[in-house]
Design a protein around this ligand. Structure first.
Ligand SMILES: C[S@@+](CC[C@H](N)C(=O)[O-])C[C@H]1O[C@@H](n2cnc3c(N)ncnc32)[C@H](O)[C@@H]1O
Length: 331
């Protein structure tokens, strides 16, 4: 099976591919590079994930193999395990992904050069067209294909009627849907001056039940009604997981005891496994605040033809299913 003259790192890929645990162990012990990509662009961990060998996967992960390396077709080891239905392998990779994002991801993202995550976005111009808002790098801030998702979010948070809070106006899709449920009070926080100006120009400031709070939610959260909201939705732009987490810490003092919270669940929308890692991460962290989360699958494949992304720099969503979070205080 092993070719004379073959580099040790390639031998490691081959050993993982052929389920040879002993050889994998020997090569790891002799210091072989566990993050090597073979001629097909695959790492030893990807090969092990394809065959589903949990023993080899554990050994590679312990030796520091990167769980988040990507193949030429943008698939990670976790994607391979998921596609092949190898549950144990998938669970191991998921656990590693969650732990690593909790620790290393946070450290890396904190090293941002700006005062806050989306400082440049909030200071630059945005452009509006009928079907999207784009930032000044031609990245989609909000796009019309999300309309059915926004309608579903509105339905979820308006279940009990009453007072509703939305963070991030964008194209006003979720707010338009919220208005259809006739909330007694509808508070909208928006931080971008151009988006705010457009809200005012299009009459949102004159609606009887609407209160617009202009500013970053981080700066205006103290102006909100304590334990006053029956439904809350969060969907900003250019912020990180840590920002969402920071917002979540405010939930217990904003949401009524029987209130419903939801957020745009778009983290890592171009890789199925990374997305699962983030779905789990948010669910776990929000659980520590006393909430249970239900993720409702919504098919989105049909709204997303190639024409949707014409002129847009990044396809921020490439998955077939969107998981809409519905979060409630646990009993
Ligand atoms: C993705 S869009 C929201 C789309 C909206 N859900 C809809 O249905 O059209 C994100 C919005 O959040 C705003 N935003 C970004 N950061 C914010 C912050 N820290 N506080 C409040 N709004 C913010 C952006 O300017 C943008 O209008």
């Amino acid at each position: 099976m092993f070719f004379l003259g073959m580099e040790e790192a390639d031998q490691l890929c081959l050993a993982a591919k052929s389920n040879d645990f002993k050889k994998v162990q020997t090569l790891i012990t002799s210091g072989t590079d566990v993050s090597h990509f073979d001629g097909d662009g695959l790492t030893p961990l990807m090969h092990a994930a394809k065959t589903g060998n949990a023993e080899i996967i554990s050994a590679l992960l312990e030796a520091g193999a990167p769980w988040n390396a990507l193949s030429p077709s943008n698939l990670s080891a976790g994607d391979f395990a998921m596609e092949a239905g190898h549950q144990e392998a998938f669970d191991l990779l998921l656990k590693t992904g969650i732990q690593s994002e909790l620790i290393l991801g946070t450290i890396a993202r904190k090293e941002t050069k700006n005062e806050y995550s989306n400082q440049e976005y909030l200071q630059d111009r945005v452009t509006f067209s009928e079907d999207k808002i784009m930032d000044n790098e031609s990245k989609g801030v909000m796009m019309a294909w999300e309309k059915p998702l926004m309608e579903a979010h509105a339905k979820a948070i308006c279940t009990n009627g009453g007072s509703i809070l939305n963070v991030g106006f964008g194209m006003g899709l979720v707010d338009t849907a919220i208005q259809q449920y006739h909330p007694t009070k509808h508070t909208i926080i928006e931080a971008h001056p151009d988006v705010y100006k457009r809200m005012i120009e299009s009459g949102w400031g004159e609606k009887e039940n609407v209160r617009i709070v202009f500013g970053r939610w981080q700066d205006v959260v103290g102006e909100l009604d304590e334990c006053g909201y029956n439904g809350i939705f969060f969907d900003t732009y250019g912020e990180y997981y840590e920002d969402l987490w920071e917002f979540h810490q405010n939930l217990p003092k904003l949401l009524k005891a029987d209130g419903v919270y939801s957020y745009f669940n778009g983290f890592c929308g171009s890789n199925a496994f990374f997305h699962v890692v983030y779905c789990n991460l948010v669910t776990l962290e929000i659980e520590s605040l006393g909430f249970s989360t239900q993720l409702i699958p919504l098919p989105v494949k049909d709204c997303l033809g190639d024409e949707v992304w014409e002129g847009v720099k990044q396809k921020y969503w490439q998955l077939d299913t969107y998981y809409l979070p519905v979060c409630l205080f646990s009993e």
